[in-house]
Write a protein that binds this ligand. Structure first.
Ligand SMILES: Nc1ncnc2c1ncn2[C@@H]1O[C@H](COP(=O)(O)OP(=O)(O)OP(=O)(O)O)[C@@H](O)[C@H]1O
Length: 232
């Protein structure tokens, strides 16, 4: 089967700094995959390479088997990829609804529009005219996910969505992401905490020092082993 997204022996750099060393990973259509690893091992650089924010020298990135032109964040949507960036990047001077509409700027046809996002996150509808930054951390994360969905992506990439959220909010987010996965969108979840990925992701890759150090099927690995391979 041709993967939806494939990294094939990707090497990536910031200037002269060699960050990713031959990273290979794939996400199939509708699949939920986790990329795990400690701070600073190169997880965000995987996204940045896709978005042409890091320089790729060697290797290939393919979408449904075709070389993916490395695309700026806003045009990634045209290729069916939406990114929920680390730190959420909610625009402070815009209302919730304006933030959501921004996600639709280059939208493809599909099920996600304002009404669908508001149905998923009713609190966003209630507060649609307030500035995005007036929301709690968990609500801002919902806004960031909603904004990404407005593009109707085939692949949703979330970079450390649980960062700064209370455990109960992380569990709520996990529920939403599980529901989303049921709609057929593939999810690549970048995390350093297992709480969110354990029962959401089907497969995982562990990154250490810019390379894949372990990979497997989530249900076949126990939590202790997985945690140990992240800390190694
Ligand atoms: N713009 C940049 N220029 C140079 N080096 C960078 C740049 N951004 C990140 N790095 C370095 O690249 C390495 C990988 O960083 P990256 O952000 O991919 O890690 P990460 O696994 O996502 O960690 P975190 O959880 O802290 O985001 C780190 O050593 C970091 O200091």
């Amino acid at each position: 089967m041709t993967a939806l997204l494939e990294f094939d022996a990707v090497n990536a750099y910031y200037g002269a700094a060699h960050i990713l060393h031959g990273v290979s990973l794939k996400v199939d259509e509708g699949e939920r995959v986790a990329v795990l690893g400690r701070n600073g091992v190169g997880k965000t650089t995987i996204v940045n390479t896709l978005l042409a924010l890091a320089t790729m020298r060697g290797g290939a990135i393919r979408m449904r088997g075709a070389a993916l032109p490395r695309v700026a964040g806003h045009t990634a949507a045209m290729h069916g990829i939406a990114v929920v960036p680390q730190g959420r990047k909610i625009l402070p001077n815009l209302s919730i609804e304006e933030n959501l509409k921004l996600g639709a700027a280059l939208r493809r046809p599909g099920r996600w529009d304002l009404d669908a996002v508001y149905a998923l996150f009713p609190v966003l509808r209630e507060r649609r005219h307030t500035p995005g930054t007036a929301l709690s951390g968990g609500q801002q994360q919902m806004l960031a996910v909603g904004r990404a969905l407005m593009a109707n992506p085939d692949l949703l990439i979330l970079d450390e969505p649980s960062e700064g959220l209370a455990p109960v909010i992380v569990d709520e987010l996990a529920g939403v992401l599980r529901d989303l996965a049921g709609t057929g969108v593939a999810i690549l979840l970048i995390e350093q905490h297992l709480r969110l990925v354990r029962d959401l992701s089907e497969r995982f890759y562990v990154i250490s020092k810019g390379a894949v150090s372990a990979t497997g099927v989530m249900k076949d690995v126990d939590q202790k082993t997985l945690q140990a391979s992240i800390m190694r």
